[in-house]
Design a binder for this molecule. Structure first.
Ligand code: SF4
Length: 374
């Protein structure tokens, strides 16, 4: 993503200019698109954009390289697909992460629909403020960005404010009304920033917060209960890849992976990660130069070269600038680009104090070999 615009969340109706044109973000309802929607989005990405599609950290899709002239036609097509909100503010409020592991007959999709309806009348929310409906067999979104969470607990559902260890027990009927009460409390405190920061400042909502979430294991490429999980290198694919995935409904995750509902066989297509040991899973890298105007250097080619050097269980983040879009949290090793060179940060976020500065991309592989040698 470009760092050109701050303070609001981009969407389809409020696209963001980046180095390669407009970025048009699509937020599928319930984090899920049908095979027909996937095929149509692939066609739209080629007809109106440069054919590249990002899967973002909020489980949204982004069509890249869209021209201003094609925007009205693209909006019309998205509306016909049921993927466009009535206005930009409604779209911005509908910032809901949905567990990709929901089961047929569980509460998840009904809760998302109810929450979407309740948010239609909510006030404008701070940029990035969002919700998680994490009510599969266990909660799997606890490490992902959300301010108000409806989660699975050891017994039943809970409502939890981000930043609190435990939540209040709710039912499928009371979860959304209580979530809106919690939102009302947050807005009553000034309504700026994020929930976790407010909680950390010592404020606490009136929740009977006695139940922690039941945390589930992280998803990996391969078969899973919902179908087949596949990774996308750096969370990006070409339109042809999306077409190859259109075998069944797709559930989008915030982890650069999709789940093909009910599918068992891996589609034979390059650009998909089906092996949980694939080295590309150990690196993250943002768009970088030239796609993002804020980038100090290209990022993804370097990350591909470095991926085989990163031991399993370790993580390397190559960031085009200190904003760290691809992995804003601390990583064991981060390379942050600056004026064509890279700073190396150990166990920190991309804007933390570097251990080494001004590294040439050509010298970095040898440097990492030294760091990771047994
Ligand atoms: S982190 Fe990467 S994508 Fe984000 S603003 Fe910086 S260069 Fe652009």
């Amino acid at each position: 993503m470009s760092g050109m615009t701050k303070g609001w969340c981009p969407g389809a109706l409020r696209p963001m200019m980046s180095g390669d044109g407009l970025v048009v973000r699509v937020r599928p309802h319930g984090g899920r698109i049908t095979a027909d929607q996937a095929l149509a989005l692939a066609d739209l990405a080629e007809a109106h954009g440069n054919g590249l599609i990002d899967l973002g950290s909020r489980a949204h899709l982004q069509l890249r390289g869209v021209g201003e002239a094609g925007l009205p036609a693209l909006h019309g097509a998205l509306r016909d697909l049921g993927l466009l909100d009535e206005d930009a503010d409604t779209e911005a409020r509908r910032n809901i992460l949905t567990t990709p592991l929901h089961r047929p007959g569980d509460e998840t999709l009904a809760l998302v629909a109810e929450l979407e309806a309740a948010l239609r009348d909510a006030p404008v929310l701070p940029a990035k403020f969002g919700f998680a409906v994490d009510t599969g067999p266990a909660s799997v979104l606890t490490g992902d960005s959300a301010d108000i969470r409806i989660e699975r607990a050891e017994s039943g559902l809970i409502l939890r404010a981000d930043g609190m260890e435990a939540g209040e027990r709710v039912t499928a009927t009371t979860a959304v009304p209580r979530a809106m009460d919690l939102l009302g409390w947050f807005l009553g405190q000034g309504g700026a920033g994020r929930m976790a920061r407010l909680i950390a400042s010592g404020q606490s909502p009136s929740l009977c917060a006695g139940s922690p979430p039941l945390k589930g294991a992280a998803l990996k490429p391969g078969p899973c209960e919902a179908g087949l999980c596949l990774g996308l290198p750096f969370g990006q694919m070409r339109a042809a890849t999306l077409r190859a995935l259109a075998l069944a409904p797709l559930r989008l995750t915030p982890w650069r992976m999709v789940v093909l509902e009910g599918v068992a066989d891996v589609p034979q297509h390059p650009g998909l990660i089906a092996d949980p040991g694939d080295p590309l899973l150990n690196v993250s890298a943002c768009t970088g130069a030239p796609g993002c105007t804020s980038a100090g250097a290209p990022t993804r080619d370097l990350a591909r070269r470095l991926a085989p050097l990163v031991p399993a269980g370790c993580h390397l983040h190559v960031s085009g600038c200190a904003k760290g879009c691809a992995h804003p949290q601390p990583a064991p090793l981060t390379l942050t680009a600056r004026d064509g060179l890279f700073d190396l940060i150990e166990n920190g976020a991309p804007d933390a104090l570097p251990a080494l500065r001004g590294l040439s991309p050509d010298t970095i592989p040898d440097l990492l070999r030294g760091r990771f040698a047994p």
